[in-house]
Design a binder for this molecule. Structure first.
Ligand code: SF4
Length: 273
């Protein structure tokens, strides 16, 4: 075996090891690693056929028009101002900049800022509206009942939680789990925009109405917008319902499963359901 061939084999071996940590790369055959845990809560077997990808809709998103608008009212640092060369380091730098934030009133009753967690190199990001009680207590996103359902949704897609990145529009818990108000989103939203700009996933799945409204800056309801595919900078955006809504309305799990199958089709992976 020539030196060149040996080098090629070594590179392939490293790539195979790394691929176990990321959302699987697109494969010609569609075959990807699958998870073994149960997911019947979200993915009924009879609905496991592949979804057809709808056309990508191009809509006007004001905060994406100009790079400068990413800065937000609190001057969130732009990418070049954040330390580190990798996406992970950039996210760490952004989190460090955020620090013990008190830029909006939500800091008053906040126990832990929930910045977000997951794989910085992922192709798939989930965005919710804000931390709840369990998240506020632990500092981790989506760890309560809704989070456990989100885990099942991710597993139904044939992925693991650690394959994706999960974050929220606001990083501190709104009192009594109320919806974050316009002022709070205006201050904290640019941190989310910067997270997405750092990660640059192929697909963003927004969970619920506040995340959708923040990302698209439109007042169209989630019922009208879910299951559609929008251009969002260098990513695509797919809105669906929030897992907390599914806990209150279990019949809508079928609807969300349709959206998740669409997400799988966009990413070129085979759902487990
Ligand atoms: S919600 Fe965001 S802007 Fe407001 S205090 Fe928390 S981290 Fe800061």
């Amino acid at each position: 075996m020539s030196v060149r061939q040996k080098l090629t084999w070594r590179i392939m071996a490293v790539e195979r090891r790394l691929s176990g940590q990321l959302v699987p790369a697109r494969k010609k055959s569609g075959g990807v690693r699958r998870q073994s845990s149960k997911n019947e809560d979200v993915a009924p077997k009879k609905q496991s056929t592949a979804a057809a990808v709808p056309p990508v809709e191009e809509i006007d998103i004001p905060h994406l028009k100009e790079r400068g608008l990413f800065r937000g009212p609190e001057n969130v640092p732009v990418l070049d101002e954040l330390g580190g060369k990798t996406k992970e380091k950039k996210l760490e730098s952004l989190q460090k900049w955020l620090g013990k934030c008190s830029r909006c009133v939500l800091h008053k009753e906040c126990n832990h800022i929930v910045f977000g967690e997951g794989n910085a190199e992922t192709r798939l990001v989930f965005v919710g509206e804000g931390p709840g009680a369990d998240e506020d207590a632990t500092g981790r996103p989506f760890v309560g009942r809704a989070g456990q359902l989100l885990d099942k949704m991710i597993e139904a897609m044939g992925l693991r939680r650690e394959d994706v990145y999960i974050c929220n529009v606001v990083k501190c818990r709104p009192p009594n789990n109320r919806v974050p108000n316009v002022d709070e989103v205006a201050v904290c939203g640019p941190v989310l925009f910067r997270q997405l700009e750092i990660i640059q996933p192929e697909l963003i799945v927004s969970l619920g109405s506040p995340a959708l409204v923040t990302l698209l800056e439109r007042k169209d309801g989630i019922t009208k917008m879910r299951g559609r595919l929008f251009r969002y900078g260098k990513s695509l955006l797919l809105p669906t319902y929030h897992p907390a809504y599914l806990l209150r309305n279990p019949p809508e799990k079928k609807t969300v499963w349709q959206d998740l199958k669409l997400a799988c089709a966009v990413l070129g992976i085979t759902p487990k359901g």
